[in-house]
Design a protein around this ligand. Structure first.
Ligand code: F6P
Length: 319
């Protein structure tokens, strides 16, 4: 293998830049030509491809977002789109591709591999919802963003003696709400994997009230539904003044944490190793602090489950 490509696709995540840098530098270290593909799969179809040098990825390890830009391409989901993508790769003499993104991006990588083009997936999403890895790039940074916000909201919740419902991202997964809830000491965590009835949440708030606690923080994962609607229900059922904050895309930005930078550097470099070894259709991940790789499709066929012992812990600590 002499030339490889790298792209980021789907929702951006802090640490993607560190992963891009690792792919480029590790590739060049092994005397490969490395090509950056801009705007994800859509950019690949349109031939937005440029050779990367060591300096191209200088000064990006600390930046959020993705220097390669990203997109969610409908065209790439079609047979014709995928053929065009492969034509572009061949035109540039690229023989292997590293795809940094979430499950949709991995499905694309798997399609290209099935068509004979070797791809390796690097999990990058704040949702932490990719099976086959304990952590995805961006999750830790987003988690830190959420707890900073919750800490601030707690100040005003205490002062006004209010209940706060905070809606957290995660698509269908509750990881971000769950971890943030434990880290920020939320009174309740509502996640799709454990759809606790609203009545149980209300009981907990009322119990707290009876023993003199006048504020409550409830983290609601977006996969459960609208935080605004949830807040209305809580207000109605408790009669306590309730406010709602939707953290939204603030969770996707910001300088990556040390954890995400290191994870991204390790996973990006490992992806290049796999391409050099002639592997294809694999995803890299970290499990029990060891770098691992799995068949992409097999991994995607698994169901992601958050660490449910954390849920039990949160219940025990917020009695
Ligand atoms: O997958 C990352 C994510 O931020 C999810 O948590 C969220 O549901 C979705 O992307 C939002 O997508 P968009 O940025 O396209 O609105």
């Amino acid at each position: 293998m002499k030339k490889i490509g790298v792209l980021t696709s789907g929702g951006d995540a802090p640490g993607m830049n560190a992963a891009i840098r690792a792919v480029v530098r590790k590739g060049i270290y092994h005397h490969l030509g490395v090509y950056g593909i801009y705007y994800g799969y859509q950019g690949l179809i349109e031939g937005k491809i440029e050779k990367m040098e060591l300096g191209t990825v200088g000064d990006i390890i600390q930046r959020g977002g993705t220097a390669l830009f990203t997109s969610r391409s409908e065209e790439f989901k079609t047979e014709a789109g995928q053929e065009k993508a492969i034509e572009q790769l061949k035109k540039h003499g690229i023989e292997g591709l590293v795809v940094i993104g979430g499950d949709g991006s991995f499905r694309g990588a798997s399609e290209l591999t099935k068509k004979g083009f070797p791809c390796i997936g690097v999990p990058g999403t704040i949702d932490n919802d990719i099976p086959g890895t304990d952590f995805t790039i961006g999750f830790d940074t987003a988690l830190n963003t959420v707890i900073q916000a919750v800490d601030k909201i707690r100040d005003t919740a205490t002062s006004h003696e209010r209940t706060y419902v905070i809606e957290v991202m995660g698509r269908d997964a509750g990881d971000l709400a769950l971890w943030a809830g434990v880290a920020a000491g939320a009174e309740s965590i509502v996640i799709p994997e454990k759809n606790e009835p609203v009545e149980a949440v209300v009981d907990r708030i009322k119990r707290g009230h009876e023993r003199g606690k006048r504020h409550s923080i409830i983290l609601v994962a977006e996969g459960v539904g609208s935080g605004v609607e949830y807040g209305k229900q809580i207000q109605e059922l408790t009669n306590f003044e309730t406010r709602v904050t939707v953290l939204g895309h603030t969770q996707r930005g910001g300088s990556p944490t040390a954890f995400d930078r290191v994870l991204a550097s390790r996973l990006g470099a490992k992806a290049v190793d796999l391409l050099i070894e002639g592997k294809a259709g694999r995803m890299v991940g970290i499990q029990k602090n060891q770098l691992v790789d799995h068949d992409i499709l097999e991994a995607l066929n698994e169901t992601h489950q958050p660490e449910m012992s954390m849920y039990q812990l949160s219940q025990e600590l917020s009695i």
